[in-house]
Ligand binder design. Sequence first.
Ligand SMILES: [Zn+2]
Length: 178
Amino acid sequence: MPLPDIAQYPERYRFKFCPRCATPLAVVVLHGMARQRCPACGWVHFPLPNLAATVVIFHEGGVVLVQRDIDPDRGMWHLPIGHVEYGEDPADAAIREGEEETGLRLAEPRFLTYTFGPSYGDPLLYYLVLSFTARSVGGALTGSEEGRATRVVPLTELPPLKWTSQQAAIDALRTGVR
Ligand SMILES: [Zn+2]
């Protein structure tokens, strides 16, 4: 599939001015593609996918699901997931999101698989989602500090998960694919 060009960038990536010096951006061909570059300071726009981490938490014989409390898909059950912060190891992000969303303390993050594809909220915006497993080692499944409901479901009884990244994580876990 051809890569998106500047006209196909998501709205939030369509810059008019240099984010460093506020000069209007020019379009130049660089490394074989049209890109936005600042004629004053040389800054070049290299858009990247959003990076997220999700975690399959093993707890009391099952896997922890949390209930989404914002739109879209309010009420849906899913694995803990969130954006990786700048400078943060994705494995640490998986642990942090899992702990924030469940109240448990987690350990032993292990990489499972990844998915890459358009966000379903904005098909022009790409997501790279890394999935991990982790084990609960303390804390209490009291519902999250963020106020979300949680439940524990045996792996064999997990319902299909709507988000591609999360179903891929469960599929990888079941088949042993790394
Ligand atoms: Zn500039």
